[in-house]
Design a protein around this ligand. Structure first.
Ligand code: TEU
Ligand code: CA
Length: 561
C-alpha cells in the first residue's frame, strides 16, 4: 500500500452551529472556530472537518445548500473563512469542508430556474417528471426523512421532482454532464483556496436505478427504503472516478466518503491506492440492529456485536486501504450513550470505548465533545426536538401504535439533536458556548461535564484522549499504531474486546473489559510497557491480567519469542 500524507493524522469533526458562538446570537460561527484553533492544536488533532457552512436555508442544518460559493451570514463571511484557512495553516492544521452534491437546496438558483422553466437547461439539472394529481407516482421510494421521494414541482401542478432527503433538498441529476462539470468547477474553486479536502456527503445516492421501479413495501405506508434502489443501482464508482480525476487527484486532497452499502467488489476502487476517495467512514457499528420499521424497533447494541462489527470492517479493508473510525458524528447518538449499557456510562467506560475505537487501524475521527465524554441530551416532548429526522421517526412510532412516551423514548435514543447540543466549554451559563440563547439548549449536565474542569483533572476523559493522540504521534510507536496490522485476540471471550497491532518490530496488545464486572484475560506474552491504562493499576499474575470493570489498556509486549 502506498504511503499517503494523511495516514498518521487524527481528525476532528466540528459541527459549526454548536461549537462556539462569537457574537452572542446563539449560533456557533467561524470566528468562534478561529478562536479555538489553539485548543484543537493542544488536543493534538491535525485534520478538521467542518460540517456545512455554505449559504443555506438550514432546512437540514446546512446540508441543503443554496450557494456553494458563499458562507451563510449566520456563520460569518468569506473573509472569516479565508482567515480561518490562513490561521489553520499557521498551526499546521488541515481544514476539510463538507461536500454536499447529491442534492442542493430548493432555494439554489439552479432549482429556482428549473421551476421557472422545467423544459429549459436547469430543468435537466434535477429529476423532474410529468405527473397529474391522482396518477401513480413513478416509484414507491421513501425519502430519508419520511414520505415519498416525490413532491410537486412548485408552480407546476402537472410535474413532480425527486428528493431522496427532505423536499427542500432536490437531487441533482448526475446523469447530466453539465451538472457534473459545474460541481467539479466548484470543488476546484475551494481547493484552490487552500482547502485540504472534503468529507463527501451521502455520495452513494448520486446513482439512481433508472428507469424508476417499485420495490416491495417495507412499512405500512406502502413505500420502501431507498436501500433497495441503491442495491440495484450500478455505476456510482464511474461518476466518482470522473470526479476524482477532475478534482481531488490533481490536488492530492484528502477525502472521506460517507459511503453506505457499497458493493464489496467496488471497495478497492473506493479506497484502494488509486481509489476515488482517500478513505471512507466505517458505519458497520452505527447500523447495527437497525430495523426497517424505524428507530422504535431498534435493539441496543451489545459488546459482542460491537466487537464483531469492528473486526469484520478491519478484515474487509486490511489489504485495501484505511477506514475512518468513529463512535459518533452529527447524525448519530453520542457514542458513550449508545454503546455503553444504560446506567453504566462511567468515566472508565467512556475511556474504554474511545480507546478501543481509537486504536483500530485506520484514521480516528473525533466528533466535537467526544473528547470530554459528552452524552445524549434528553427531551421530554417532541416540541423540544429540532431534528427533522427525529420528528419523522416520532410519527413513525406513533403510527405503529406506540404511546407518545414510548415514541419519545425512541427519539431520545436516536435523535440527531443528541450530538448537536452546544459544546460544553465550562460551567458558566450556556456552558460558555454563547452569551445569547443557544439555538439548541445545552445539556444540563454541563456543570459536571465540561472542558475547563477536565483540563484540571489528570484522570479526565479529555486527558485520556490526549494520551491516545500523543501515542499516535510518538515517533517510537507511530509505525505500529498507524500501519501495524490488526489481529483479533481471543474474539470468542465474551465481553472482552482485544486485538494485536503488529509491525515488523513491535507488538501492541489492546484490551478492553466491556462489562461492569472484572474479567481475567490470558496474556500471550510478557508485558514490556503499559502504554495506556484508563485506571491506575493493572492486576497481573502468571500469564494473565485481571481487568477491572471497563478497564482498558494498551500493552507493548516483548518481542515474539
Ligand atoms: O447523511 C446521510 C444519511 O442520512 C444516511 O444515513 C443515509 O440515510 C443512508 O445513506 C441511507 O442508508 C448525510 C448527512 O450526514 C446528514 O446530516 C444529512 O441530513 C444528509 O446526508 C442529507 O444531506
Ligand atoms: Ca454567532
Amino acid at each position: 500500500m502506498e504511503r499517503k500524507w494523511w495516514h498518521g493524522k487524527t481528525a476532528y469533526q466540528i459541527y459549526p452551529k454548536s461549537f462556539m458562538d462569537s457574537n452572542g446570537d446563539g449560533i456557533g460561527d467561524l470566528r468562534g472556530i478561529i478562536g479555538k484553533l489553539d485548543y484543537l492544536k493542544e488536543l493534538g488533532v491535525d485534520i478538521v472537518w467542518l460540517s456545512p457552512i455554505y449559504c443555506s436555508p438550514l432546512a437540514d442544518q446546512g446540508y441543503d445548500i443554496s450557494d456553494y460559493y458563499a458562507i451563510d451570514p449566520r456563520f460569518g463571511t468569506m473573509e472569516d473563512m479565508d482567515e480561518l484557512l490562513a490561521e489553520a495553516k499557521k498551526r499546521d492544521l488541515h481544514i476539510v469542508m463538507d461536500l454536499v452534491v447529491n442534492h442542493c437546496s430548493d432555494e439554489h438558483i439552479w432549482f429556482r430556474k428549473a421551476c421557472e422553466d422545467p423544459d429549459g437547461k436547469y430543468g435537466k439539472y434535477f429529476y423532474i417528471e410529468d405527473h397529474r394529481p391522482g396518477d401513480p407516482l413513478p416509484c414507491n421510494w421513501r425519502s430519508a426523512f419520511g414520505g415519498s421521494v416525490w413532491s410537486p414541482l412548485p408552480g407546476h401542478p402537472d410535474k413532480i421532482y425527486l428528493h431522496i432527503f427532505h423536499r427542500k433538498q432536490p437531487d441533482l441529476n448526475w446523469e447530466n454532464p453539465e451538472v457534473r462539470q459545474d460541481i467539479y468547477k466548484m470543488i476546484n474553486w475551494w481547493l484552490d483556496k487552500g482547502l485540504s479536502g472534503f468529507r463527501v456527503d451521502a455520495i452513494i445516492n448520486i446513482k439512481k436505478r433508472l428507469p424508476y421501479e417499485d420495490y416491495p413495501a417495507d412499512r405500512a405506508d406502502g413505500l420502501c427504503s431507498i436501500e433497495y434502489m441503491l442495491a440495484n443501482a450500478h455505476g456510482v464508482i464511474d461518476f466518482l472516478d470522473e470526479m476524482a480525476e477532475n478534482t481531488f487527484r490533481r490536488y492530492d486532497a484528502f477525502t472521506a466518503g460517507e459511503v453506505f452499502h457499497e458493493k464489496p467488489e467496488d471497495l478497492p476502487r473506493f479506497i484502494g491506492d488509486r481509489g476515488v476517495f482517500s478513505s471512507m467512514f466505517d458505519f458497520a457499528e452505527t447500523i447495527l440492529n437497525q430495523s426497517p420499521l424505524g428507530w422504535y424497533d431498534t435493539k441496543p447494541v451489545t459488546a459482542e456485536q460491537y466487537k464483531a462489527a469492528c473486526f469484520a470492517s478491519q478484515k474487509r479493508v486490511e489489504q485495501v486501504g484505511f477506514l475512518c473510525n468513529i463512535i459518533e458524528n452529527h447524525d448519530e447518538p453520542r457514542g458513550v450513550s449508545h454503546y455503553i449499557p444504560a446506567g453504566q456510562c462511567t468515566v472508565a467506560a467512556k475511556k474504554m470505548l474511545g480507546g478501543l475505537n481509537f486504536m483500530l487501524r485506520g484514521l480516528p475521527f473525533l466528533y466535537q465533545g467526544q473528547e470530554i465524554g459528552m452524552e445524549n441530551r434528553r427531551c421530554t416532548s417532541i416540541e423540544e426536538v429540532d431534528d427533522i429526522s427525529a420528528r419523522d421517526e416520532y410519527k413513525v412510532a406513533l403510527d405503529a401504535g406506540l404511546t407518545p412516551e414510548q415514541a419519545m423514548e425512541a427519539v431520545n435514543r436516536f435523535s440527531r439533536d443528541n450530538a448537536r447540543s452546544p459544546f460544553q466549554w465550562d460551567s458558566s451559563p450556556n456552558a460558555g458556548f454563547s452569551e445569547g440563547t443557544p439555538w439548541l439548549p445545552v445539556n444540563p449536565n454541563y456543570t459536571e461535564i465540561n472542558l475547563a474542569a477536565q483540563r484540571e483533572d489528570p484522570d479526565s476523559v479529555w486527558n485520556f484522549y490526549r494520551k491516545l493522540i500523543a501515542l499516535r504521534n510518538d515517533p517510537a510507536y507511530r509505525e505500529v499504531v498507524v500501519y501495524g496490522a490488526l489481529e483479533p485476540y481471543m474474539p470468542e471471550q465474551t465481553n472482552l474486546m482485544a486485538y494485536f497491532r503488529r509491525s515488523a518490530e513491535q507488538t501492541l496488545l489492546v484490551l478492553g473489559n466491556y462489562q461492569n464486572t472484572p474479567q481475567r484475560a490470558a496474556l500471550p506474552g510478557t508485558i514490556r510497557t503499559v502504554l495506556i491504562n484508563n485506571l491506575h493499576t493493572l492486576q497481573q499474575d502468571d500469564g494473565s491480567v485481571c481487568l477491572e470493570p471497563w478497564q482498558f489498556v494498551v500493552l507493548e509486549l516483548e518481542d515474539r519469542s
